[in-house]
Unconditional design. Structure first.
Length: 329
């Protein structure tokens, strides 16, 4: 068995190789079929227009060999990169903010200690690439600068694109457009979305919302890392990449779909909790096991389990939750 997965992550000691092999041999068949369909869709000209067909294809998963390209196109990162030639390198050559550089350096060794490609001994060592992307981004978006969590997201982008400049523009697409205000110093967007999830759970899984309220568990305690890291280190790599496929195309509501599916699917299990630490523990456990490893069936569920979830509903909830937070502040 391979101790290191295809992305460079070391598998934990209790990794269940048997069920993973069983899943992956089935999934490989799906991947092969999808790859043929994608090649036909792209016809070697490396461009696509947004359409229902493309949306359907993306929901069914982008083959790894096309992933960076499709993310770049559908997120708008490609257009931005083409319209700003040389911009990324100018950011790296320009003057640096010492505090920002220091903060990023501090986090370098903490980023994916379990990934062999980010080790100092690796050749090439991706820490250097990661450092460049984060420093450039901090100088590009001064309102955000650098904030913990961004290192993991940039790291994943680098693993997939294997390209520094593309990773920078994808990070810009996520932080600047797709996720509303998650990484600003006040993290208002992040706090808002955690409250929005609470409201959605009240609507769709009321028993769980009631349990949380009864034991005084704040949503931020159990789901903040889901939002900050976009499920990195929470769910298996393949599953995270499938979620990101949809996130780049359909926007931030995908995060709510994933969160609601995890909660709804494990409602009975969560409701067994009888106290505060118990609830927190249950939320850790629902992100493990075959349900989340089987990324193909998991992704089908996120579009059916939570029922309808329009951007209009989310935006309305965001408004009321943001006002409530600001009035408390």
């Amino acid at each position: 068995f391979c101790r290191v997965d295809p992305y460079g992550f070391e598998r934990p000691d209790d990794f269940d190789y048997a069920s993973y092999e069983a899943f992956f041999s089935r999934y490989l068949v799906v991947l092969t079929r999808r790859a043929i369909k994608w090649s036909k869709l792209l016809k070697g000209n490396n461009s696509i227009q947004k359409s229902l067909k493309v949306k359907r294809y993306i929901r069914k998963g982008i083959p790894n060999e096309h992933r960076a390209l499709i993310w770049m196109i559908v997120s708008g990162a490609q257009t931005n990169m083409e319209q700003n030639p040389g911009y990324y390198h100018r950011l790296l050559e320009g003057e640096k903010n010492d505090k920002l550089v220091e903060a990023i350096k501090t986090d370098m060794n903490r980023t994916f200690p379990d990934n062999v490609k980010f080790r100092k001994t690796a050749d090439p060592c991706l820490q250097h690439t990661l450092y460049n992307v984060l420093v450039a981004y901090g100088h590009h978006n001064k309102a955000v600068g650098y904030c913990q969590g961004m290192n993991f997201i940039a790291g994943y982008l680098i693993l997939i694109t294997k390209n520094e400049e593309e990773s920078f523009w994808l990070l810009d697409a996520l932080i600047g457009r797709i996720l509303p205000d998650y990484y600003s110093p006040a993290m208002l967007g992040l706090k808002t979305d955690q409250e929005v999830l609470g409201e959605l759970v009240k609507m769709k899984v009321p028993a769980v919302a009631e349990l949380m309220e009864r034991h005084g568990v704040m949503w931020t305690l159990v789901v903040s890392r889901w939002f900050i890291c976009l499920f990195i280190d929470i769910l298996p790599v393949e599953t995270v990449l499938r979620i990101w496929d949809c996130l780049f195309y359909e926007g931030s509501k995908i995060i709510f779909r994933v969160a609601l599916t995890l909660i709804k699917q494990h409602q009975a299990f969560i409701l067994e909790a009888t106290n505060f630490p118990d609830i927190c523990d249950k939320f850790k456990q629902i992100t493990k096991g075959t349900f989340v490893t089987e990324c193909h069936s998991f992704m089908q569920k996120i579009f059916t389990d939570p029922g309808s979830l329009s951007m209009a509903t989310i935006n309305k909830l965001r408004e009321t939750c943001r006002e409530k937070l600001l009035s408390q502040g």
